[in-house]
Design a protein around this ligand. Sequence first.
Ligand SMILES: [Zn+2]
Length: 361
Amino acid sequence: MSVFFDGHNDSLTRHYPPRHLRQGENLDVNSFINGLHPHAHLDLPRAQKTNFAGGFFAIFIDPEPNLQESNPNSAYLAPRDRTFSGDYPSLEIPIDSQLALKATLEVLSYAFKVERSSQGQIRIVRSFEDLLEALNNKQLAQILHLEGCEAIDADLHNLETFYQAGVRSLGLCWSRPNIFGTGVPFANNITPNLGPGLTSLGKALVRECNNLHIVVDLAHLNYRGFFDVAKISSVPLVVSHAGAFSVCPSTRNLKDEQLEAIVQSQGIVGVTFNIPDITGNDEAKDPLQGVVEHIKYIGENFGYDYVGLGSDFDGCTIPPQMDGVEGLELLREAMEQNGLTQEEIDLVCYQNWLRVLERIF
Ligand SMILES: [Zn+2]
């Protein structure tokens, strides 16, 4: 048995999506606590059974399903319209900032209600001391994370509000453009070096996150944006869920020079379980073994101090034999069978995340 700490999941919105995405589903606000969702990867009872100690819980907002074709109300000028041509893979459409703000507040409110109803079994952590206490008390530690910053305004006023509410991590962009930068489009077998870097607002946001000790997550950000952050940031670089481009050439994965920059900053990459980023189109490959191969590639070439888990539970297609959070035990066994030492496995399963969080918080 091992303890697990995880870089990314979408379980909050899987169990209780914001109103505009619910599509008439009959939902129970206690679904996460009581394990009521039949298809979820993660809930409280299963987390407790698996020694899943905690992780980053994302607030990810999609546009309304009927708006996903075009979004004329968007305040954003899509960079693809002015920068790219030819067979550039298309970006996801931008999301309206007012919708993102409203839905983000809804999901935050849900997270706080769930924490209260859990009667101490869940703890939203706001500092490293909080995190250690939660781990010692066997409370599920939740770090609230914004996956994409559309809910943050150009003056960054909302950032302060979110910080005071408990948000301690944010991804500048999901795989779409916003006022801070450009996310990378989903594609295989082409370079991830697509699109422009951060805007000046994006750079200001990184500096303010450094000041507030908020984690800046570079998952989904494009290549130039990544190196803009590397230049500005004074803390370890964090990529919560991605893989190695050398193992699987997905645009969502990291090139060796990006992994090198993470090492230089003493940062971390959480290896995703998302099959398209792990094995690509290679159906002959076992995706669970594929996850181990990304971990090994980073560990052997860059050091086991810089690789962790970034499951993307409830937000991606995981290896089928994992089923959900209980599959972490299978992954741990697979690491053992692949020759990782117990020390290396512990670094990957939780210790590296704790080291990086201590530095940033
Ligand atoms: Zn993601």
